[in-house]
Design a protein around this ligand. Structure first.
Ligand code: SF4
Length: 229
């Protein structure tokens, strides 16, 4: 995609998505980290169903360590890979207590050493908690970036590297959330809603369905409604 088109693509997303923020419920950086670990191969909706109770019972890393993995597992059992995730969360909390005084480290290197935290999760934390202009590539970002012609990467790392090269500085900090929310509510995996898409003109997807975009395009208000579902 041409640079001017890319700028226009993000300009239009920014108009359609006035609040490019995570939909994971959290009150602080620690809760965000736990929620992001839980969200691996699970929907934000399923994570949000268990975290209010989880964080209510165990507000600090030390509380998780004292509770132990069986208690955590009992609370998060409805989420996929609950057993592995509860074990990783306990180990991560132990490291936070032992090495970081219960705080969240702020470098990718340190974050990636925490059990359950890979490159994508580290990028989400750096971006969402600390405002670093990095772009985490999850399933939505991967699909939307490649489908629209922003990138042509074969794996998440390639897509991330290409996005970091082509996304204008102005949009880098919010690019992850723009692409996630666009992918979740409009440019869906199985049935992209091209006729209501704000970026249909810029998109280079060969199978996009054009027509009627002016009157049907998702308006700012409608997009916010969609996000609440
Ligand atoms: S036009 Fe269709 S394929 Fe392209 S970004 Fe919009 S919804 Fe996705």
């Amino acid at each position: 995609m041409h640079q001017r088109k890319i700028n226009s693509f993000f300009q239009k997303l920014s108009e359609a998505i006035p609040a490019p923020v995570t939909e994971l419920i959290h009150r602080n950086h620690f809760e965000l980290l736990i929620a992001v670990i839980l969200s691996a191969q699970a929907t934000d909706k399923s994570v949000n169903k268990v975290t209010p109770e989880l964080f209510g019972q165990y507000p600090e890393p030390q509380d998780f360590v004292e509770a132990g993995k069986e208690s955590i597992l009992a609370t998060i059992k409805t989420i996929g890979l609950a057993k592995t995730k509860s074990a990783n969360i306990i180990k991560t909390c132990q490291i936070l207590v032992d090495s970081y005084d219960g705080e969240i480290p702020q470098t990718r290197e340190e974050l990636e050493k925490l059990p359950g935290v890979g490159r994508k999760t580290a990028n989400v934390i750096l971006n969402t908690a600390f405002g670093v202009p990095v772009i985490a590539v999850d399933t939505h970002v991967f699909r939307v970036a490649n489908r629209t012609g922003l990138t042509n990467g074969k794996n998440p790392l390639q897509v991330e590297e290409q996005l970091m090269q082509v996304v204008p500085e102005k949009w880098k900090k919010d690019a992850h959330h723009f692409l996630v929310l666009h992918g979740r509510y409009v440019c869906k995996a199985k049935a992209p809603m091209c006729e209501q898409c704000p970026t249909v003109k810029e998109c280079e997807y060969p199978d996009k369905k054009e027509g009627g975009e002016e009157k049907k395009r998702v308006r700012k208000k409608d997009h916010s409604k969609l996000k609440k579902r």
